[in-house]
Design a protein around this ligand. Structure first.
Ligand SMILES: C[S@@+](CC[C@H](N)C(=O)[O-])C[C@H]1O[C@@H](n2cnc3c(N)ncnc32)[C@H](O)[C@@H]1O
Length: 288
């Protein structure tokens, strides 16, 4: 029995985005196919900045050496790989709604890892987890057009589940885009963001930071919170440059229209983060 109906993006719209083609994403993401904001430091390549981000969140969740860790929205598996191959996690479980991502993960055949094509709302773990990490999936947990109260209720359901899957003191490390509610948008920015919602990420809506915090209240304490918009601006610029450099091949695997749409999405997103119309939260929460 579920307490509420799922209010997030449907599996169909998630597949619309992530199932374009694994070969397409491999042309412009880093070699481990991490598809979220990196954590940059001096001298980093995209590859090392992505690993720094994974380690930051693993450390925040106190997941290193843990018995069981859940990755909600595991993508193509870079975090799962890092958990079992670098950080000695005994069992990693990844949830995704994308068949292509699960297929690539099956090919990787990671040891001590279970990958499930399953919505977190349907997840019923046989045992509790020691830590939960979710990177860039929260943006899909409330669909476009809900009221603030409905979004908060949808997010609260997620945090209720996570709380039930963790012991007291267990941690979630959550990374999510947030709305940059403090800066007025111009018309072009509004048009670009509508294009992204219509064409690239149908049915998804980015949360306000206050909604994330409100919905986790009474279940989790905030341990750390940082906002890194410039890190996402730089990540999108890297992705855009790599896509441009591999444009001919990208058109072959995904078609001209898809490539042009992604160029518009990535190049405008560089500006959305730089201009603070979007933010990037990395939040560590501890179960009370
Ligand atoms: C932007 S990708 C991020 C993937 C990965 N965490 C990374 O950093 O590369 C978002 C992921 O969330 C997953 N996702 C979205 N909604 C979900 C849901 N309700 N339940 C499980 N996974 C979901 C998608 O299938 C996808 O794997």
């Amino acid at each position: 029995m579920t307490a509420i109906d799922y209010q997030g993006a449907t599996a169909e719209s998630i597949k619309h985005h992530y199932d374009v083609s694994n070969d397409f994403f491999a042309l412009w993401l880093d070699t481990d196919l991490t598809y979220t904001c990196a954590l940059w430091d001096e001298g980093d390549t995209l590859e090392s900045a992505q690993k720094r981000k994974l380690d930051y969140l693993i450390d925040g969740a106190r997941a290193a050496g843990a018995r069981r860790v859940l990755d909600v929205g595991c993508g193509w598996g870079s975090l799962l790989e890092r958990l079992v191959r670098t950080h000695g996690v005994q069992q990693a479980v990844g949830l995704t709604l994308s068949d292509s991502q699960a297929e690539r993960l099956r090919e990787l055949a990671l040891e001590r890892t279970e990958v499930r094509v399953e919505n977190w709302l349907d997840h019923e773990p046989a045992e509790r987890y020691d830590a939960i990490i979710s990177i860039g999936a929260f943006e899909h947990f409330a669909r476009t057009g809900l009221s603030r109260a409905e979004r908060v209720a949808a997010y609260r359901e997620f945090f209720e589940r996570c709380r039930a899957w963790l012991p007291k003191g267990g941690r979630i490390a959550l990374q999510t885009n947030i709305k940059g509610n403090n800066v007025q948008m111009d018309k072009q920015t509004v048009r670009d963001l509508l294009f992204i919602v219509d064409t690239i990420f149908p049915e998804s809506e980015i949360p306000a930071l206050s909604e994330v915090l409100e919905s986790s209240e009474k279940r989790f304490d905030v341990v750390h919170l940082r906002n890194d918009p410039d890190h996402y601006s730089r990540t999108c610029q890297e992705w855009f440059d790599r896509l441009r450099a591999n444009r001919d091949q990208a058109v072959k695997v995904a078609g001209e229209e898809n490539v042009a749409n992604y160029e518009r999405y990535l190049s405008s997103t560089v500006g959305h983060f730089r201009n603070r119309h979007l933010g990037l939260s990395r939040i560590v929460l501890e179960a009370v």
